[in-house]
Design a protein around this ligand. Sequence first.
Ligand code: TYM
Length: 332
Amino acid sequence: RPRVLSGIQPTAGSFHLGNYLGAVRQWVALQESHDAFYMVVDLHAITVPQDPAGLRANTRLAAAQLLAAGLDPDRCTLFVQSHVPEHAQLGWVMNCLTGFGEASRMTQFKDKSAKQGSDRATVGLFTYPILQVADILLYQANEVPVGEDQRQHIELTRDLAERFNGRFGDTFTIPAPYILKETAKIFDLQEPGIKMSKSASTPKGLINLLDEPKVTAKKIKSAVTDTDTVIRYDAVEKPGVSNLLTIYSTLTGETVAELEKRYEGKMYGALKTDLAEVVVDFVTPFRTRTQEYLDDPETLDSILAKGAEKARTVAAETLAQTYEKVGLLPAK
Ligand code: TYM
């Protein structure tokens, strides 16, 4: 079985619809066909300031949401990044292989550090993508299921894997991004030109999966569309309506063409009312299941402990090979 690996940050608290449709949904599907490794990337989270108790709680909350979304610990390896020390260890080796200019070209760093101001942005934030490289290469992943915003980091991973293999001999699998075109970028409901994210200018455009379903329904009903009246997919001319159609289609399995046909001659309001119901039907059991996992922290922690143990056997082997190739003297 080919291998997949991916990660999600715990920082956010509730996952949003972009996380789910762009990434987590694919993780659930891929555990059937692939040897799958998924993790909560708490080491990535501390690249920006975190409240310690909050980080701990959010790490469990992220794991609970992944299970609620359908990850099955019998079919995939689910773990917390910091439970596998090899991530930081391989991360160092990768830091020593990355050009300063190369790291400076990472657009996510540029965006995030611009928001924080250069004095407050940490070196950890700067080298964040290089830790991600280590995450992926440790598991010899063939594919990495993510949203479009992670593409550049996967490119960097490929570059560094090739560089290492070229310099020290074949060691790492070259991973490919696994990005589904339809859901690669879910847009903000109020500003359909920008991706849905926690840092949006208004919370009205952001669908948090754990919000009160009533709040969610309201946000969908007040989504920004356009002054035209036709319900059809056109990402350039009608980004708002197209985003709603994408969400609708992915959550129900109906194709966009089928939806266009069904809503022919109908008003935007009808589409929004129905979509609100579709989303509420999705988030309601999701919230319940998440709460069930949170109510049983012992089970949750033991799932994560088993996951870390499985992950470590793979990670330790790759790290040992890497250290050897680089010329680090083994401890006797
Ligand atoms: P993170 O935590 O920001 O996001 C988790 C996943 O959600 C996707 N995503 C979206 N997809 C579509 N539309 C959106 N609006 C949207 N917003 C977020 C992201 O693309 C991501 O797949 N650096 C990563 C975490 C990471 C990782 C890794 C991923 C660390 N190590 C190794 C893959 C492999 C991140 O911050 O994702």
